[in-house]
Design a protein around this ligand. Structure first.
Ligand SMILES: Cc1ncc(COP(=O)(O)O)c(C=O)c1O
Length: 395
């Protein structure tokens, strides 16, 4: 893969993303080969909505979880059929709910009383019954934080006591298939999953009994982590075995997962040329052509993507603070050990950027170019998008 990336950097002179879709294809086939018929994996589109990625998922029979009209349109354009679409997200206006019903999205996750009322009305006005899951947000003892909220109170769904006040028989146009609960992201430790899922499942089973829901589906969301540092990775096999144990213990019919990071993170790279190298007040600094305008995650969660140079040099390494081009100290891509003889004009290669990379970034600040996106697909190199200058979007 390094050879392909080396060749691409010789042909390009600006930052770009590279996705190994053949690697993604093998990963998806491996997941499929393990899956129990009553454990279903959806792809959380927000991790990376690139059309070619969605196509590979579709070819492998994976459905997609969308969280906006843009994601819905993108998934449809990539060929996903209504039965292969579900929708989550706290911001569902009546207009958006109608669009989802136009698109015949198979299951809509309800996250508020207004969503419940609005969707019931939209479905009723069409004389239809819409499949839904109710999103539950649990209270946790821990004070741990997570981008999904963890133990904090967030807009994602409603608490157990909030749902208990709802009389579901008032919503005749909704078919409640079950519950949805997801609060913890990027978990690498199986025993942590065991604790989180056991608590989640037992509370959801009790709530379903209270609400008299015949729980056909429990959606546990995403959260399977990838390791951005050195060390072991979570395997799908071990996660799946844990799910089967819990499924049996709690007599669950179907378990759903919506996997973003675990599906695509490992299959994306981000390449950027080095613009400057300098010593500043005793520190080695590097300034790169692209930064958090292309990969914002390091600034958002204070965790760098793994980084190396493309050279196979055996030169001793030293630590460089790597900064992007924006006029804010937030544009920091991490401290990285790189060969001492790295020069201006060399490329930096950031790995594991397939998830929460480009579309989670802040591309407009300072009017730099948007990066190109290039894929390896069935052995061929495909340019999904060339880089785009600010003249095309500034008014
Ligand atoms: C509702 C929902 N499902 C799934 C995911 C994907 O999570 P992950 O990337 O941890 O698999 C997210 C991420 O924010 C989410 O909000």
């Amino acid at each position: 893969m390094n050879d392909i990336i080396q060749t691409l950097t010789q042909k390009h002179d600006a930052p770009f993303f590279f996705y190994d879709l053949d690697g993604l294809d093998r990963h998806l086939k491996e997941i499929k080969s393990i899956l129990h018929p009553e454990v279903k994996v959806w792809y959380a589109c927000k991790a990376n909505p690139l059309s070619n990625i969605l196509r590979v998922l579709n070819e492998n029979g994976f459905g997609v979880d969308v969280a906006s009209l843009g994601e819905l349109t993108q998934a449809q354009a990539a060929g996903l059929k209504p039965h292969a679409l579900i929708a989550t997200g706290p911001a569902k206006s009546k207009k958006y709910l109608s669009k989802m019903m136009d698109a015949q999205v198979s299951t809509i996750v309800i996250e508020s009383i207004n969503q419940l009322k609005d969707l019931n009305e939209v479905a009723g006005s069409r004389g239809l019954k819409q499949n839904v899951l109710l999103r539950v947000q649990l209270a946790w003892d821990e004070s741990l934080k997570s981008v999904l909220g963890g133990s904090s109170i967030t807009p994602f769904g409603l608490g157990v006591e909030d749902w208990k006040k709802v009389n579901l028989s008032e919503y005749a146009h909704l078919e409640v298939l079950g519950l949805h609960c997801f609060q913890w992201g990027n978990i690498l430790d199986l025993s942590k999953f065991a604790t989180i899922w056991e608590n989640t499942i037992s509370q959801c089973v009790s709530l379903a009994q209270y609400l008299k829901i015949d729980m056909k589906v429990l959606d546990l969301g995403g959260g399977l982590g990838v390791n951005y540092q050195e060390g072991t990775e979570l395997t799908f096999n071990e996660v799946h075995s844990l799910l089967l144990t819990l499924k049996e213990k709690y007599q669950l019919k179907e378990i759903w997962l919506e996997l973003g990071r675990f599906t695509v993170a490992n299959f994306g790279s981000y390449l950027t040329p080095i613009i400057d190298i300098k010593d500043v007040r005793g520190k080695k600094l590097m300034v790169t052509e692209g930064g958090i305008n292309h990969i914002a995650r390091p600034a958002l969660v204070n965790e760098a993507f793994p980084c190396s140079t493309l050279s196979l040099s055996k030169e001793a390494t030293e630590t460089f603070s790597v900064h992007g081009p924006l006029c804010t100290a937030l544009d920091f891509l991490g401290d990285h050990k790189l060969p001492r003889n790295t020069q201006v004009g060399d490329w930096l290669h950031f790995k594991k950027v397939g998830a929460y990379g480009f579309t989670e970034s802040m591309p407009y600040f300072l009017c730099h170019d948007l990066p190109g996106e290039i894929c390896l697909y069935k052995g061929d190199i495909i340019q999904s998008r060339t880089s785009v200058t600010s003249a095309s979007w500034l008014s």
